[in-house]
Design a binder for this molecule. Structure first.
Ligand SMILES: Nc1nc2c(ncn2[C@@H]2O[C@H](COP(=O)(O)OP(=O)(O)OP(=O)(O)O)[C@@H](O)[C@H]2O)c(=O)[nH]1
Ligand SMILES: [Mg+2]
Length: 228
């Protein structure tokens, strides 16, 4: 069994606890595993709304207030009986804050890279974001590509297939999301939590968690686009 974080986790089968798990326990608090997730993508794609939808189940409509610099929220999710504390960093998409956010890439275990399905520019900039990620993030960082604002089908300019093929090219999982309706928002974070949990507490006989397969089997698809 895994400790609730109040003390050192017990050794399983005589093997010491993996580093992520040990670190979480030594920090105290009621969780078993901790990990840092960063939200990335152009200004206005919906990163802050995506985080608020996950954290509070609410949608920030009305005037768009661009994030200044960087901010974070914590949320603990339970996956397969293990409590995973996600420290979610919400970055500013505006170019002038780029040097501030670069400094945070190195510490992140997972990156959620968003574009807006109603903005071609935000989609075209994904390649540049991936170049930055490869430059500044850890080699084994988990990356997920998300096409946000899937609720606005009337203004869609990026087809689902375009997102899928870009994700395939870079070997990253993909889905369309909506910070407004909540579509696939929780799933994105749960998939990350499952991956982090597996990395921290995987038993030798346990099959490796396949994030691509998990997302493909769980994701909801937006019903639209037949006309595109
Ligand atoms: N319809 C719809 N609108 C959204 C969605 N997500 C965000 N928005 C709207 O898009 C605008 C920008 O959202 P933010 O979450 O502030 O964008 P951001 O990516 O955090 O932008 P920066 O902080 O500048 O990087 C706001 O007006 C939101 O209400 C969505 O899924 N659907
Ligand atoms: Mg923001």
């Amino acid at each position: 069994m895994i400790s609730n974080g109040a003390g050192a986790p017990p050794a399983r089968n005589g093997t010491p606890a993996p580093p992520l798990l040990r670190k979480a326990a030594s920090l105290g608090g009621s969780y078993d595993v901790a990990g840092k997730v960063m939200l990335l993508g152009d200004s206005g794609v919906g990163k802050t709304c995506f985080l608020i939808q996950f954290k509070d189940g609410a949608f920030l409509s009305g005037t768009f207030i661009a994030t200044v610099g960087i901010d974070f929220r914590n949320k603990v999710v339970t996956v397969d009986g293990v409590k995973v504390k996600l420290q979610i960093w919400d970055t500013a998409g505006q170019e002038r804050f780029r040097s501030v956010t670069h400094a945070y890439y190195r510490d992140a275990q997972a990156l959620l890279l968003l574009y807006d399905i109603t903005s071609k520019m935000s989609f075209d900039n994904i390649r540049a974001w991936l170049t930055e990620i490869h430059e500044y993030a850890q080699k084994d960082v988990v990356i997920m590509l998300l096409g946000n604002k899937a609720d606005v089908s009337s203004e869609r300019v990026i087809r689902t297939e375009d997102g899928e093929s870009l994700a395939r090219e870079y070997g990253v999982p993909f889905m369309e999301t909506s910070a407004k309706t909540g579509m696939n928002v929780e799933l994105a974070f749960l998939a990350i939590a499952k991956e982090l949990k597996q990395r921290a507490v995987k038993q030798p006989e346990e099959p490796r968690f396949q994030i691509h397969d998990y997302i493909e089997s769980q994701k909801k698809r937006s019903s639209c686009c037949a006309f595109l």
